[in-house]
Ligand binder design. Structure first.
Ligand code: ASP
Length: 438
């Protein structure tokens, strides 16, 4: 059995967190492959090492020295090393790095990747594991996507049964230059390692006990979701409140590897298990897996008498949005009317052109725009074929005096989506949560 474990920035922030990581890794002999992020914030006023590295690079570009920032970075790693009593010469590596930086002989990506590099060097020495540089196996193609086949092959050759620590976030381009993923990309490194090695599980250790049923800024102490399918997760990620980098899912899903989100600060919590499907008995469980949503949508609605019998009206309307490069979120419709729901910011700068084109090409009887709309989604695989769920949702909202501006259910019955006024957004989420969870 093999568990690939990835520890995020908050799990790498100081010596105390390193100790927790060692505790977690050594408590299970299956945890033999460890991927680490750069050191994150120790508290809310602290800085992420990756942010400081980018800042350093910007200083050098503008001809300003970055000695102070560089020292903050170096001192953080030296402090962790010394507190842990690890014997490792980091001083000369930092000196060589500073020299390249001063001579502008390092790219932004390579400099940004050094946070992960030093984290992994230190963690490998602390765990007594082998350090395996991501530059030796993660291979990007010229278009910036990962060459999975070549990368998987390379990692399989490098990992032979013993414990290894791999830095997240970067790999190499075909010409050997270091290239990074987008921010938060260590999650992807972990997923690629799990897929390459056909792991039994990919554990992603962070600072929350899994994905929460609702945004904790809206609902007080929301419960974590014990089990969620990839499809549900996709729906839940809609609000942008992401626990994982969006590129994480594909490599593990493709190989059918379950993904387990865990909390380094509460290692006994089971966290959230994400997989294709679950066989557990579902009838006794709550129908809603999670509640999510976003504010600031516009509903552009038009009506045209007789349009229910006319061919191509919807297409003409959607073509206008397509021409402006706007992705449409929902299109709720009646017999002789249709609405297009889009994020307000996508249309705000060219709204009058869009309306003029709809007027000209569709010739509607009326055309209106409603702003300040929030979209709320109740997501759950157990809602399908279960009568009464939407009744419960709308009754709860009705009792709370919340007016519903739009309703939409996906054909797979995985979600029920509705629009409310922005001002009712938080209350709608709280009302739903309390109606299904308490
Ligand atoms: N250290 C990188 C960042 O802050 C990558 C990661 O932590 O996943 O974005």
């Amino acid at each position: 059995m093999l568990k690939v474990t990835k520890f995020g920035g908050s799990s790498m922030a100081d010596a105390g967190q390193y100790r927790k990581v060692r505790e977690i890794v050594s408590s299970d002999p299956h945890r033999r492959v460890v991927i680490v992020s750069a050191a994150g914030k120790r508290d809310s006023s602290d800085h992420k090492i990756t942010d400081l590295l980018y800042l350093c690079y910007a200083h050098i570009q503008y001809g300003v020295d970055c000695n102070q920032i560089f020292e903050m970075i170096r001192d953080r790693y030296l402090q962790i090393r010394d507190e842990l009593g690890v014997k490792l010469d980091l001083e000369s590596e930092f000196a060589a790095l500073k020299d390249r930086l001063d001579h502008k002989a390092i790219s932004q990506d390579e400099l940004a990747s050094r946070g992960e590099y030093f984290s992994a060097k230190l963690m490998a020495a602390y765990l007594g594991f082998q350090f395996v540089d991501a530059a030796l196996w993660i291979q990007f193609k010229m278009d910036g996507t990962v060459d999975q086949e070549a990368s998987y092959k390379a990692l399989k050759r490098l990992v032979r049964g013993n414990g290894v620590v791999i830095p997240g976030f970067y790999g190499v381009m075909p010409d050997g230059r270091i290239h990074t993923f987008t921010r938060g990309g260590s999650d992807i490194t972990g997923a690629l390692a799990a897929a390459a090695l056909d792991a039994d599980v990919y554990e992603n250790w962070t600072d929350v006990s899994g994905i929460l049923m609702a945004d904790p800024r809206i609902v007080e102490n929301p419960q974590p979701i014990p089990e969620v399918t990839y499809d549900e997760l996709r729906e839940l990620s809609y609000s942008g409140a992401q626990v994982l980098h969006e590129g994480t899912i594909f490599p593990v899903r493709e190989k059918g590897i379950p993904l387990n989100i865990r909390n380094t600060n509460a290692p006994n919590d089971p966290g959230t298990m994400i997989q294709e499907s679950f066989t557990s008995n579902q009838d006794d469980q709550r129908p809603i897996t999670g509640i999510t949503g976003k504010k600031d949508f516009s509903i552009i609605s038009m009506s045209k008498r007789g349009m229910g019998n006319e061919v191509g009206v919807l297409r003409s309307m959607l073509t206008v949005f397509e021409r402006h490069g706007i992705s449409v979120d929902f299109t709720p419709n009646g017999i002789d009317n249709v609405s297009v729901v889009v994020p307000t910011e996508a249309v705000s700068h060219n709204l009058y052109n869009i309306l003029a084109e709809i007027q000209q090409e569709v010739k509607p009887d009326s055309l209106h725009v409603h702003d300040q709309i929030a979209v709320v989604a109740a997501v759950g695989r157990r809602m399908a074929f279960r009568p009464g769920i939407s009744g419960q949702i709308f009754a709860a909202l009705g009792q709370a005096g919340i007016n519903i501006r739009m309703i939409n259910q996906g054909p797979d019955e995985l979600n029920i989506i509705f629009g409310v006024d922005n001002k009712d957004f938080a209350e709608a989420i709280r009302v739903l949560y309390n109606s299904f969870v308490k």
